[in-house]
Design a protein around this ligand. Sequence first.
Ligand code: C2E
Ligand code: MG
Ligand code: MG
Length: 564
Amino acid sequence: MSKSKIMIVEDESIIAEDLADSLRAMGYTVVDIVASGEEAILIAKEKQPNLILMDVMLQGEMDGVTAAEKIQSSLQIPIIFLTAYTDNKTLQRVKATNPFGYIVKPFEERNLHLTIEIALQKHQYDPITLLPNRSLFRAKLSEVLSHKNQPSFNINESHKYQNYPKIPIFYISLDRINRIKVTLGSKNGELVLCNIAKRLKESIIGIDMLARLEAAEFAIILKPVEQKEKAINLAQSILDIISQPMVLEGYEVYITASIGITFYPLDDIELDALLKNASAAMYYAQKRGGNNYQLHKSEAVVVSIEQLSLETSLRNALKQSEFEVYYQPKVNLRTGKIVGAEALIRWYHPERGLVSPGEFIPLAEETGLIISIGEWVLRTACNQAKIWQEAGFFPFEIAVNLSRRQFVQRNLQERVIKIIQEVDLEPNYLELEVTESLVIQNEKAASKIMRAWQMFGINISMDDFGTGYSSLSYLREFPFDVIKIDRSFVRNITADSKTGAITIAIIQMAHSLGLKVVAEGVETQEELDFLRQHKCDEIQGYLFSPPLPTSKFEKLLKEGKMLI
Ligand code: C2E
Ligand code: MG
Ligand code: MG
């Protein structure tokens, strides 16, 4: 697929040479093979490879994880770890370096190839706006922070740093972009993003990096400022620039944005904490109706009070029947028929209105409430599937999401089985969706439980494939029946030929392992055509239907809505 330059860090020379041969056969250039962490750091600087394959266990003082940390603190190079075994402690350390991939030895060439391509792809610029993507943004921020970090820096004494130069970080989200996508189509939605990226690039002075994080979210690292006011003025200019009207298909379109601002080192010195500050402040700006900016400090208290009250209401939500399960159809690409649905929870908060799962699932996990909520969703969804089957819509598969915290529950394995027995649904019509990070973090327990379910007849799918480590070996080691290709891939399959090629490879590989492939978040006809042409099995997405409440879903079934 490409002529990228790869460096190998591996202390066993036979393995290293073998690997180099394989890489060359795949069409990559091997820029160097080194055996120690110290050398790896030097050579990475000198040769600037596009990617590094790093053995975790290296002879000598420094192991692969430390070497990777050092390299990533100054260079933006994706690193894939190679390891012969995966104990938890090493995994935790590997995870902390934000690796782009993870391969367990001995590996298959095809796995290796695909993992490399996915890593290179994630490292690209965002193909729509041509801005750096989230990975590059994080790498840049970590670089900026590592230059500035003083060893004696103490966040509890941050008031002492009032007079230090401050690095402002902005988190920007375009308001109501979905409305534009729905009314004018996703192509125009992309045009809006490109247009705004261009305006920001051309008119804002003092930017160190402007990146597109995802969907309609951008982030900015500014050059250090002496006074906060300077950054605040800039935030106002950004709002002004974004809100200038734009003409799309003859219509005048107005876009506004919400901006969250945080300052290093005043607000925090850690990368993740800074990003969290900025996004929480952005969220607060959104809640204030959009088209405004908010500073981290000023609203932090408000956010945490809001959080607290959210927690209290979450505790009551089940009792007060504020939850509802929505169903999003899954459609078979060969027959065009609805073959099942994914159950997606919705929460109608009495005052706030609809709260999205992205917002309350993490809170439900933190508080342990996810266990009872999860059981409720499972029972409700299985019950509904049974009702539809009995009404003649047969076969009908129901997919239910499980989250990380649920795997810590004792008896999860038995509880799930008990629920479907009570509902009397044939287990092969239930699919449980788990994410890669869940599996990685609970390797032993997860594998045991998943196998038991599979023996019982339940199907297991890997959700959001392509967003995490994309460790292909997990697909084989764990009992998956289905893989769901994440929307971040689907979104780019037609715009970016490389993403297309990787998606094809994922489909082929999954099929060769006997797995069914479902594509998530299909929004356009072009995406659909591509997936159909490349033999993806099923799709889900707004193109066919958004998630629907029970009655509306039933209407689709009765009408016999088909994909054309
Ligand atoms: P997920 O399992 O990956 O679900 C797919 C998400 O993509 C859903 O978001 C769905 O509404 C959205 N989606 C579907 N089609 C499209 C499309 O064409 N374009 C775009 N942009 N988005 C599309 P939702 O419902 O907000 O759920 C978000 C996440 O929350 C889910 O991601 C899942 O991880 C979690 N979640 C939802 N319900 C439950 C639940 O009952 N239990 C647990 N543990 N997690 C849940
Ligand atoms: Mg899912
Ligand atoms: Mg998903």
